[in-house]
Ligand binder design. Structure first.
Ligand code: SF4
Ligand SMILES: [Zn+2]
Length: 388
């Protein structure tokens, strides 16, 4: 029989679920375990090239090497609410495997002869000894230095100590460290992202990186879980302001839904819509004054940082999207801005769905709906209305 008591507004008094338990549950399911064991540990997860811009603004080709690793130590003990990297890892990868993967990547692109930049991503932190054997860290640092390539690695904050950076710069004196900060806001880091470090940890890491003479790339997350579209837009501009002076590059990652994550669960329940592309356009237009205080473009003297936005899965239901008709054009303009830094890329861009987006954001600013009201585009509205 159904519980006759009405649902109380403030919960039943039972202990709430811990976000940690929600994060961990899918990683231990049989499908996740089977998938992990299916990977070949001697092959990199993927290796591909993309157009990039070098430190001095010169266009170049960059190779991205995504290695098959044991994953991230924060994931082993808890994990971020949107991180689906556990899908791509194996817990028995050895230094020998990693060296084989690295050799395969170099072979595929002829020792990176055509690429000026090498990005090495490990689904975690390259400089974390529990995840990546030290001799392999050394191989990557040394090889890229000897080959004369601009190297970008990813790391959480706690690895970036003075001692570790002194060791790393002894092998490769000039590389970039990309940190997944996600939000410059302790409340968001704790309750929306479950990041496991605070803004103070990022502040400390940045001081150490600056002292070591290394470049800093900061990833910010556009629209973490449990946040409305309007809040995401306003917060992201504030975070860009907070980190711009201390970041050589800011890469804003609009949320895309990865399998088996909390955000995946919210999305399936129709409780989360990935960001509108229009929000990204407005975010860029508002943040441009921070990046270029005198209204310049990339490469101009007034450049404080470089703002990059790549809408992963842009135009798809699980990535940032608009109505479907204008998505490709808006994604292309956002991608062009990442290279040029010019607001002219958005000139003349419009669609009837812009009014829908504008109204949603306006309503979210006036109604007491912390999680927002926007719904993802799932098929045609007319078809939904016609269905029985
Ligand atoms: S720190 Fe990075 S790799 Fe680790 S769980 Fe969070 S998002 Fe995933
Ligand atoms: Zn549209």
């Amino acid at each position: 029989m159904a519980d006759p008591r009405p649902q109380p507004l403030l919960g039943t008094g039972d202990r709430g679920l811990r976000i940690h338990d929600l994060v961990k549950a899918p990683a231990n399911t049989p499908w996740a375990k089977t998938k992990q064991q299916s990977w070949d540990a001697s092959e990199p997860a993927t290796v591909y090239t993309t157009p990039e811009v070098q430190e001095d603004g010169t266009p170049c080709s960059a190779v991205t090497v995504i290695l098959r690793t044991k994953g991230c130590h924060w994931w082993w003990s808890s994990g971020c609410t949107f991180c689906g990297y556990f899908n791509d890892t194996r817990d028995d990868v050895t230094s020998e495997d990693l060296h084989a993967q690295w050799a395969a990547a170099k072979k595929k692109f002829d020792n990176f002869s055509e690429q000026a930049m090498v990005k090495v991503y490990t689904s975690g932190s390259l400089l974390e000894d529990r995840e990546i054997p030290v001799d392999f860290q050394e191989t990557v640092l040394r090889d890229c230095h000897e080959l004369g390539k601009e190297l970008i690695v990813e790391s959480r904050c706690e690895q970036l100590t003075e001692a570790k950076l002194a060791w790393a710069t002894g092998i490769n004196p000039s590389f970039t460290v990309a940190i997944g900060l996600e939000a410059y806001d302790d409340e968001v880091l704790r309750f929306h992202v479950n990041k496991g470090f605070s803004t103070a940890a990022w502040d400390r890491a940045v001081v150490n990186l600056q002292r070591a003479g290394l470049r800093i790339k900061t990833y910010l997350m556009f629209k973490p879980p449990f946040m409305s579209e309007a809040d995401a837009l306003d917060h992201c501009v504030t975070w860009i302001e907070a980190v711009a002076e201390r970041s050589d590059e800011i890469s804003v990652n609009p949320m895309n839904i990865q399998r088996g994550t909390i955000i995946d669960r919210l999305h399936r329940h129709n409780e989360y819509r990935p960001p509108w592309l229009w929000s990204l356009v407005e975010m860029i237009q508002r943040a441009h004054a921070v990046i270029h205080p005198k209204g310049g473009i990339n490469g101009d003297e007034d450049q404080v940082s470089r703002l990059i936005v790549h809408p992963t899965a842009g135009g798809k239901i699980r990535g940032s999207h608009n109505c479907g008709a204008c998505d490709a054009e808006v994604v292309a303009a956002i991608e062009r801005y990442a290279v040029s830094g010019s607001l002219l890329e958005f000139e003349g861009l419009d669609c009837s769905c812009r009014t829908v987006w504008k109204t949603e954001v306006m309503l979210e600013r006036h109604l007491p709906v912390p999680l927002g009201i926007s719904k993802p585009r799932r098929g045609r509205v007319v078809d939904a209305l016609r269905s029985p």
